[in-house]
Write a protein that binds this ligand. Structure first.
Ligand SMILES: C[S@@+](CC[C@H](N)C(=O)[O-])C[C@H]1O[C@@H](n2cnc3c(N)ncnc32)[C@H](O)[C@@H]1O
Length: 277
């Protein structure tokens, strides 16, 4: 893996090192719970944008590769370059057309080439210098192509009822911010940032999966809390008992809360007269 600049999290940590270590048992399953909750929404959007046969695609921070594989299997794209700082989950199920690259996307020159689709889901929110990265990802879009970014939006506010869930979520966002620099506060600005990166016909949407006991999204948050428990406790906002209470609450019929949503923003690079679409 190429050397990369360190993140600017207050704790100096980085995704996959301090929290969400891929070598920790069950991390692939945690990513898959998120994928189960959101893949159909992502694929419907990519389909609506016209991604299909003949497209060369880049999936940044591809995780377990569920979107990369569905692009090949269902959308019939020509190829997908799946990039991740750790590719162990991508290597598990090779499929024709899927190229895997282990690289840190924050490192200069980590990825080169031009792609009809550049896609990054639940990645930029964990990384410093999001604006610079969005500009870089826009550069990787071929003329006539599209950049699609999805990240979490926290829909709670100071008027959100205090529940075990909302307390745990508040501690999780604050704890992840302090340890690895995760920051979802800027996600609603993505359409504006895509426009600023020179892309056109920019638009965005939000999907909020229902928090039902045993649902993929509920299991995703439960697993995420377990993995970030130390960071949550360090905020002083919750203790072990509060986290355990929130886990039981999330898995019960008592739960009456709003999940964080997934904002998907996209923007097009105009085809120019002298370049191919
Ligand atoms: C929450 S997972 C999302 C995975 C996948 N995009 C999805 O939505 O199912 C974040 C992924 O981004 C990868 N990642 C984090 N920082 C990265 C970096 N600096 N360069 C490349 N990949 C990174 C992680 O290894 C992980 O696979």
């Amino acid at each position: 893996m190429s050397a990369a600049p360190r993140g600017d999290a207050p704790g100096g940590g980085r995704y996959g090192e301090t929290v969400f270590r891929p070598e920790q048992a069950g991390e692939g399953e945690r990513i898959d719970f998120g994928a189960l909750a959101y893949d159909d929404i992502t694929m419907a959007r990519l389909h609506a944008l016209g991604v299909g046969p003949g497209w060369r695609c880049l999936d940044v921070g591809a995780g377990t590769g569920t979107v990369s594989r569905r692009l090949l299997d269902e959308a019939g794209v020509a190829s997908v370059l799946a990039v991740d700082r750790d590719v162990r989950f991508l290597d598990l199920r090779p499929v024709p057309g899927l190229d895997v690259l282990e690289a840190d996307i924050t490192a200069p020159g980590a990825v080169s080439g031009r792609f009809g689709l550049v896609h990054a889901r639940f990645v930029l929110m964990h990384l410093a210098e999001r604006e610079r990265l969005i500009t870089h990802l826009a550069e990787l879009v071929a003329p006539g192509g599209v950049l699609v970014l999805s990240d979490a939006v926290d829909l709670t506010s100071e008027r959100t009822p205090g529940t075990p869930y909302s307390a745990a979520m508040r501690a999780m966002w604050q704890g992840l911010r302090a340890t690895i620099g995760t920051d979802v506060s800027g996600v609603p600005a993505y359409p504006h940032l895509l426009r600023g990166a020179g892309l056109a016909s920019v638009a965005a949407e939000i999907h909020v999966p229902p928090l039902l006991p045993g649902s993929p999204i509920s299991r995703f948050w439960a697993d995420t809390w377990q993995r970030s428990r130390a960071a949550m406790l360090a905020t002083g906002l919750v203790d072990d008992t509060a986290v355990d209470t929130a886990l039981r609450y999330l898995d019960s019929d008592e739960c009456a809360d709003l999940s964080a949503g997934m904002l998907t923003a996209w923007g097009w690079k105009h085809a120019t007269a002298h370049e191919d679409a």
